[in-house]
Design a binder for this molecule. Structure first.
Ligand code: GAR
Length: 193
């Protein structure tokens, strides 16, 4: 990455849980290579551990319990407008955004998924990879489209699956590469806009 100047993209990171990718994005946003400013963290649960990273860095956060998708998305959209968000990064966000929401936002929405897409879309990727004795797994950052885990791939990183790997070990290895991959993918997409 080289240092680029210019206005940074106002970014919202959507989470549901642990938030280790959020943590790495906050770190990236503070680096000299950063093309983003994280203005808002959105969570669909009050119990998301990742909210602590937002609090620590004094980033505004917004919790919506998603009782009714249509209503929730409208409320979230209001927040995105309020903070003039021009990039959304889904980071372990376990809700599916509606087609209406994606079309209305009009700006890039990125997602990170713990598999070598187009293989292993959806949930429980590590379990399925191990069960199928795959030689490789990895992570993918892609653009979000109405079709789940199917948008244009921005970056992908592959690792070897070892015989000794179990779900926990594989998850840990993949998270480690995700923490580098997501900032690189953001840089790639924003430096080409
Ligand atoms: C990450 O591995 C991410 O790729 C995955 O959830 C994890 C979140 O971890 N996302 C999905 O499975 C989306 N379908 P984190 O909360 O520590 O960032």
């Amino acid at each position: 990455m080289e240092k680029l100047t210019g206005k940074k993209s106002n970014t919202a990171v959507f989470i549901s849980g642990r938030g280790s990718n959020l943590k790495s994005l906050i770190k990236y946003s503070k680096s000299k290579y950063s093309l983003i400013k994280i203005k808002l963290v959105v969570s669909n649960t009050i119990n998301a551990k990742g909210l602590n990273y937002a609090k620590k860095s004094k980033i505004k956060y917004y919790i919506n319990n998603y009782k009714n998708i249509a209503v929730s998305e409208k409320q979230i959209f209001k927040q995105l407008s309020r903070f003039k968000i021009d990039l959304i990064c889904l980071a372990g966000f376990m809700k599916i955004l509606s087609e209406k929401f994606i079309k209305k936002f009009k700006k890039p929405i990125l997602n990170i998924h713990p598999s070598l897409l187009p293989k292993y879309k959806g949930l429980n990727t590590h379990e399925r990879v191990l069960k199928n004795n795959e030689k490789y797994s990895g992570s993918t950052v892609h653009l979000v489209t109405p079709k789940l885990d199917s948008g244009k791939i921005i970056l992908q990183k592959k690792i070897k699956v070892l015989k000794s790997d179990n779900v926990k070990i594989l998850e840990k290895k993949i998270l480690k590469i995700e923490h580098k991959l997501y900032p690189e993918a953001i840089y790639k997409i924003l430096s080409n806009l």
